[in-house]
Design a binder for this molecule. Structure first.
Ligand code: UDP
Length: 364
């Protein structure tokens, strides 16, 4: 059985690395096709897990529109698929690489397997590509590795055959446990870097396209008000490199003494910052999945979520992006709710997802 893993962004690499390592450990015949939709951030993840892709498409060009990216991805992946004759392709999540990899697989009559399948916002009119990418991939895929029961239910509702849906948990927990085991000393050492040991801080990230403009501005104004009133609370914010994000963050937060603005950090450093923080405010998906394993409550800075499990289990609060809602959510976390949220088990998995995926493939 010959398998290809296709991915290209940082979160995909973090979530596919443990699958690759498990396949190698089990002696499976696997190759990585890295699209490099994120370049530097992808390479950093490969370095941590000591992984070298077999193919690197280095697909990004300045000012590339999504349609050009998609078509170049399909053509480039297609050439490799014709040469290698894989039996299965594994794609992950909801990126352009995911969708293009699935289409290239379909055209070459190769069975596509979707890791982190079945997440839905149920808003198909959302103009941002993630929901459509995951729906297209869900339609093409033969096997669906769903992280939760709810994800499985979403797929059943769309008419997917139950036999082809496997609940695995999310592989992001496998990664987290891997770095906690293999990189413990480095994670502890990083904690000294910003002089934060023993200090109370909120860790924040915000970069989604849907939050550019007023949603981000209003959120940051609320955070600013809170931090001005609570000088014993600090904020650490790795700020995305996109100028749309940097401009607003600098305008709103730069002058505050209890704010540390930094560039995006590499994965180990981020895990270390998460491990030391009081709680997390974010519009990221992966961070919501990791945080409960470290006992950290999450404030979700979005109006909708494809991860309702975090809200239902009580590890996260959906604050939205309105000034009052964000400010009031921060106030709420001063009370006993904080303790409750910190002590909730992770609804997204227990670190066994990669093994379940490999066992399933080996049983075919
Ligand atoms: N992350 C990181 N450095 C950062 C911010 C996040 O390594 O400065 C990691 C984080 O631990 C998580 C993943 O990147 O595993 C989340 O990526 P992102 O927020 O870009 O994407 P999403 O999860 O929303 O797809």
């Amino acid at each position: 059985m010959k398998i290809a893993l296709i991915f290209g962004t940082r979160p995909e690499a973090i979530k596919m690395a443990p699958v690759y390592l498990k396949m190698k450990e089990l002696g499976m015949d696997v190759k990585i096709i890295a699209t490099a939709q994120h370049r530097e951030m992808l390479d950093q993840v490969f370095e941590i897990f000591k992984i070298k892709p077999d193919y690197d498409l280095n697909i990004m060009k300045p000012n590339q529109q999504l349609s050009e990216l998609t078509s170049r991805l399909i053509v480039s992946i297609d050439k490799i698929l014709k040469k290698e004759k894989f039996d299965y392709i594994l794609v992950h999540g909801d990126t352009t690489s995911t969708m293009a990899g699935s289409i290239a697989g379909f055209y070459n009559k190769i069975k596509v397997c979707h890791v982190e399948a079945g997440l839905r916002t149920n808003n198909i009119y959302n103009p941002y590509p993630e929901e459509m990418n995951r729906r297209i991939t869900g339609t093409i895929a033969t096997y669906h590795f769903a992280p939760t029961k709810r994800a499985k239910k979403n797929l059943l509702n769309e008419g997917i055959n139950e036999k082809n849906i496997i609940i695995t948990g999310n592989t992001v927990i496998d990664s987290l446990l891997w770095v906690e085991k293999n990189k413990k000393d480095e994670i502890e050492k990083i904690k000294e870097k910003y002089g934060l040991k023993g200090k109370k801080y909120i860790l924040m990230t915000m970069h989604r396209r849907e939050n550019w403009g007023d949603p981000m501005k209003n959120t940051l104004k609320a955070v600013k008000k809170y931090l001005k009133e609570n000088s014993d609370m600090n904020l650490v914010f790795p700020v995305h490199l996109n100028p749309m994000v940097r401009k607003v963050v600098n305008e709103e937060l730069k002058e505050l003494k209890n704010v540390i603005l930094i560039d995006p950090v590499e994965y180990l450093e981020f895990i270390s910052l998460m491990d030391g923080c009081h709680y997390i405010m974010t519009d990221s998906g992966g961070i919501q999945e990791e945080a409960p394993s470290l006992g950290k409550p999450t404030v979700v800075l979005r109006k909708t979520t494809e991860r309702p499990e975090a809200l239902e289990s009580g590890t996260a609060l959906l604050a939205g992006t309105d000034f009052n809602d964000v400010y009031n959510t921060m106030k709420q976390l001063e009370g006993e709710l904080y303790e409750k949220m910190s002590n909730t088990s992770n609804p997204f998995g227990n670190g066994k997802a990669s093994k379940i995926i490999c066992d399933f493939l080996n049983s075919l």
